[in-house]
Write a protein that binds this ligand. Structure first.
Ligand SMILES: Nc1ncnc2c1ncn2[C@@H]1O[C@H](COP(=O)(O)OP(=O)(O)OP(=O)(O)O)[C@@H](O)[C@H]1O
Length: 285
């Protein structure tokens, strides 16, 4: 049984111009201990698909699917209170903007301990001990002192480490990382990716890595889903995808990697496709 299984997911938003389909029939699955990358350019529906899994979309969104199951439980029919017991505990998510994702009014210690109180019901002393343990695990120096820091007193990289600490606090079975390094300094990006891969292996978590960056895919993923305009274009294990991409869109993404530059400027997706319909026609279910 897959850890997460999605079949034919469709997400539409009510907008002033009518219904807008952001995710169009995506199917995917993630096994235990597996890292799945979802890759595609901005607006391809990567985040919206995963926010649908978490139940975090606004009321303007209409979510339908033939199947959306986590660890054998049907996510489509869960009540809000049942969902709250799973989300943040068994499925955790980290976002692109670590500083904005933390509450500026509370210390990082309070925010980590709140997760431990809500989901695990730990007492005060246990919460503090576990929070120190978590900050140590994500590589924050002087963890006991840092518990009383506010987010603005920490760097972007440190805030992302705190977000990761909160995400792994309850030993989730699945961690969804939505562009976790995009907002960070280039020198810090690799450290955060290495930390995520290390924690994933140590804790035996399944992980979904949402990214637009093929370099991140190469460094982290076992398997890859390529998405474009809400549709799945291709799915393959990571080696096959890099060595033998099938869809033209994947070929275009790979051609846009800096290593593949031949002239004095990088090729873009538009250089590859004079006609975008060629891409849409290649979608797989
Ligand atoms: N609340 C909303 N109402 C209307 N449209 C939305 C809403 N949220 C997202 N969208 C649209 O859905 C589409 C998919 O967005 P999504 O954030 O999933 O893209 P993405 O592939 O994750 O790209 P990015 O990396 O830029 O976030 C976009 O066109 C976006 O504008």
């Amino acid at each position: 049984m897959a850890l997460l299984e999605i079949e034919n997911l469709v997400v539409e938003f009510q907008t002033t111009a009518g219904m807008f389909r952001a995710v169009d029939g995506v199917s995917l699955k993630v096994d235990e201990r597996e890292v799945l990358a979802i890759v595609g350019e901005s607006g391809s529906g990567k985040s919206v698909s995963m926010l649908a899994v978490m139940g975090l979309l606004p009321w303007t969104a209409k979510v339908t699917a033939d199947k959306m199951a986590f660890n054998g439980r049907d996510l489509l029919t869960l009540s809000d209170s049942e969902r709250r017991k799973i989300v943040g505990k068994d499925i955790a998510m980290i976002f692109q903007e670590p500083v904005a994702s933390l509450n500026p009014c509370y210390t990082v210690g309070f925010q980590i301990e709140e997760v431990l109180r809500f989901h695990l019901g730990l007492g005060r002393r246990e919460r503090r001990a576990r929070a120190i343990e978590l900050l140590t695990a994500v590589g924050i120096p002087n963890p006991a002192e840092r518990l009383s820091s506010f987010p603005h007193q920490m760097s972007g990289g440190q805030c992302q480490r705190v977000m990761i600490a909160m995400a792994i606090a309850c030993n989730p079975k699945l961690l969804i990382a939505d562009e976790p390094t995009t907002a960070l300094d280039v020198t810090i990006q690799k450290q955060i990716l290495d930390l995520l891969v290390k924690l994933q292996a140590e804790h035996g978590m399944g992980m979904i890595m949402i990214t637009h960056n093929m370099g991140v895919v190469a460094e982290t993923a076992d398997r890859v889903v390529v998405q474009y305009k809400g549709r799945k274009m291709e799915e393959a294990d990571v080696l096959t995808l890099f060595e033998n991409p099938r869809s033209n869109y994947t070929k275009a993404l790979l051609a846009a990697l800096p290593d593949n530059a031949t002239g004095d400027r990088l090729p873009t997706i538009a250089d590859y496709f004079k006609d975008g319909s060629e891409i849409a026609g290649a979608a797989v279910s």
